[in-house]
Design a protein around this ligand. Structure first.
Ligand code: PGA
Length: 249
């Protein structure tokens, strides 16, 4: 279980053509020069995985996918399997992002099946959880997130490297962030739910925060109790911005 260093992962979502590989190259060069204390990863769209793995090869930036199918192969038009991501050079995969839960109706059980597929392919899953604004305003944030952790983490995960990302839905792409106290409260609840679900061996797994992490708020968020890294959307698209977050870890 990797635990001692923070993980800063960039989620490019549906952004990035060939020309964006120059940002990955710039990040690789900057990471080589600054030797940050944290792990750094980029999760580009599936179409860039193979080429980005060549760009990043031999450097200090890891590569991830943004989703995978739960099956290895089959008649699933448009889908990408965990094995395919691994074959293209990925070592991580984001699963259960709230955009997939909302837009594609992914349930906790779907996500747990994908996590099992990722593990079988040797990928390190980053499993996302987070409450909506409505749920937070109803005082349900901790209960919702705890239930998502209980339902999305399959048996046997504790023996493997994985991370959970707490991403309040209302903070994603909005410029809004929870208070540091709210982040600490939910991260503590995620830790407790993880240990309850998988046992003490799961305790060291890092819990990333995601949702409007920017160069100017990264340091305080990353210094908050139980925050083991960040999942960064918009601010990961430009190497210059992302590097400032990496250097804040
Ligand atoms: P954001 O996205 O940093 O653009 O808010 C985070 C995410 O969705 O992972």
């Amino acid at each position: 279980m990797k635990q001692s260093v923070k993980l800063i992962a960039g989620n490019w979502k549906m952004h990035g053509l060939s020309s964006a590989l120059s940002e990955a190259q710039a990040l690789k060069d900057a990471v080589a020069a600054s030797q940050p204390a944290c792990r750094v990863a980029l999760c580009p769209p599936a179409t860039l995985t193979d080429r980005m793995s060549r760009t990043l090869s031999g450097g200090g930036v890891e590569l991830g996918g943004q989703d995978c199918h739960e099956k290895v192969t089959g008649a699933f038009t448009g889908s990408v399997s965990a094995e395919m991501l691994a074959d293209a050079g990925a070592t991580l995969v984001i699963l259960g992002h709230s955009e997939r839960r909302a837009a594609y109706g992914e349930t906790d059980a779907d996500i747990a099946a994908k996590v099992e597929a990722a593990i079988a392919a040797g990928l390190e899953p980053i499993i996302c959880v987070g409450e909506t604004l409505e749920q937070r305003e109803a005082g349900e944030a901790v209960a919702v997130v705890s239930a998502q952790v209980a339902g999305s983490l399959p048996d046997g995960l504790s023996e493997r490297d994985f991370a959970v990302a707490y991403e309040p839905v209302w903070a994603i792409g909005t410029g809004l962030t929870p208070t540091l106290e709210q982040i600490a409260e939910v991260h503590a609840a995620v830790r407790a739910a993880m240990v309850k679900r998988l046992g003490e061996t799961a305790r060291p797994a890092p819990i990333l925060y995601g949702g409007s992490v920017k160069p100017d708020n990264a340091a305080e968020i990353l210094a908050t109790a139980e925050v083991g890294g960040a999942l960064v959307g918009g601010a990961s698209l430009k190497a210059e911005d992302f590097l400032k977050i990496v250097n804040a870890a």
